[in-house]
Ligand binder design. Sequence first.
Ligand SMILES: [Fe+2]
Length: 465
Amino acid sequence: MGRYLIVAGLLLYSLISTAQEFDPYPPTAIPDRIMLNLTSSPSRSIAVTWRTALFVDEGFVEIAPADPTPQFTENAWAIEADRSTLVSDQYAAHYFSAIIDDLQPETTYAYRVGDSLHWSEWNQFTTASKDEKPFSFIYFGDAQNDIKSMWSRAIRGAFREMPKAQFMLHAGDLINHRNRDSEWGEWYYAGGWIYSMVPSIATPGNHEYGRDKDGDYSVTEHWNHLFTLPENGPGPKRFDGTTYYLDYENTRIISFDAPAFYRSEEDKRILVDWLTKVLQNNSQKWTVLTLHYPIYSTRFGRDNKELREAIQPLLQTYHVDLVLQGHDHTYGRGTNMPIGMEHILDGPMYVVSVSGPKMYDLGFDAWLQRAGSNLQLYQIITIDGNAMHYQAFTVDNQLYDAFELYKEDGHNLFFDLAPSDRQEALDLPPRYDINWDKDDLKDYHSRFKDYLKRKKSDKKDSSGN
Ligand SMILES: [Fe+2]
């Protein structure tokens, strides 16, 4: 009898362990996945979203100006949040979303979320200034794979490098399988309470997209349950939270839903018309565009020609300063024009980056001015009046690339500040040595050599020799 009990106990234990492995991020009464998002007026409002188990049927945000005394809570007021239900591949859960309005610019607030029985901790955030003050933000290319295991060091390293960053920007492919709740669970595990303190904005990638139950190519249901992003896009509901813009102090930031561009001819037209209007009616000093598919690719054999032909002329005409992209799992930045001796730019600086561990091969196309292969990176971008300072760090917190743009007489002056003591990492990720045949490897090395030759001659030209 005793033996049977032991066997039954072991069986039960193994069932529970398997279930735990399969279901690692269950919702509970305690709010989790607490996410701050920027709104379209970041000096006056902020959005907060969180998740609970289904039996929690109401949600509130309590908010107060932060002060150093524990009595700050006496000044708190409460807002009731909207509730929605998401049935994922793992379980059903409630998501709560609230936009906190009527805030003062450049002010630190403390807030907590809950249902009056189960509360989160008090978190703090600071609203944007209504004037032109220096600010910084963090940019991540694709996180996508092994998010808990390998991307945690990217977001935590970035936070450690720039804890006062005013927001984070995710350039798509945050996860690999759009509807797999455990991957979103990993994404929240990695960022944890950073998301509750530093607001995020995000643009979707192809891995957030797929066919929904009606057969339409659409963004995962998770997207608008997890995030409360601006809904000032082209109008149709399918663009809510994926195509939007906001003005952060002196900078317009635009999210362009690149996967939706390829959905239909109608959506192409809608997106391009919308982008044209948002760029035309823009009095901000700086303009940053984020979209998942690169205008100029870094990976060999990739080329988003139709997208480029549709929007690159707009970026040039309306003086977009910086384009932040993902998708190619390599690093590259450049202007696609000879920089020349004057160092005056006549178009945006394009960046492609990757923050997760999935690595591809570089194509070494002519637009690239600094490239990187087999590196996880994050970027810190600071805007200070007429200067934009860009730094790319590898996830061991070492500077890999840097440049500055400076506005003068209607142009951007460019200063290349890439660290001279850090060579470009251009070797193939190791798996290519196994997966590629000799001819592929030969091609790669010849492209690699051409790139180095070209860079050498560019350097010569720009130094006037
Ligand atoms: Fe992608």
